[in-house]
Design a protein around this ligand. Sequence first.
Ligand code: GLV
Ligand code: MN
Length: 219
Amino acid sequence: MESHYTKRPFLLFLSFTVLLVLIRADPDPLQDFCVADLGATVVVNGFPCKPASGVTSDDFFFAGLSREGNTSNIFGSNVTNANVLSFPGLNTLGVSMNRVDVAPGGTNPPHSHPRATELIILLKGRLLVGFISTSNQFFSKVLNPGEMFVVPKGLIHFQYNVGKEKALAITTFDSQLPGVVIASTTLFASNPAIPDDVLAKAFQVDAKVVALIKSKFER
Ligand code: GLV
Ligand code: MN
């Protein structure tokens, strides 16, 4: 009869496999490539492939990150996305990238990516980068060019330009579409709006303070 002990290696192997499956980001592709047909009406987990016969080198090329982003906005920052929506050749490949431009004193405000871990490499300037863990511990560093920082999947993080020059960073993700939840605009500029009473209670302030913050994000 099979004992409890002979089953154990199998159970260990099984739990390890399940763990590996759970910690992977986007699923592996089932073919070399699958350039997204963004106009397709069928909805799948990702996008259907455009016919391979119509795929050219241009589908694997994207120049959008070569241009500096316009940081003349309330945050003093700009994020240019190279994800499956702007670069359909990434479909099913499980990766994406951003260009982050931050003016002196500007911030890419606290936000999270529900579907990806983020790696940041600074190319120019000096940038304070940080994230907050689920036990509310703040981890941060000031990056100089060539230095990197990693933000674990789903955690709130930000960048802030502490230098005198414009900062330029490239961020990479283990998802073709990491998604972004910006803390301030999610809470104070959602559509429809979260009731003022909820926010007043959550932040322990007067409803007037909530109205004031909401007014900052009105377009
Ligand atoms: C930076 O945090 C980015 O999301 O590109
Ligand atoms: Mn980010």
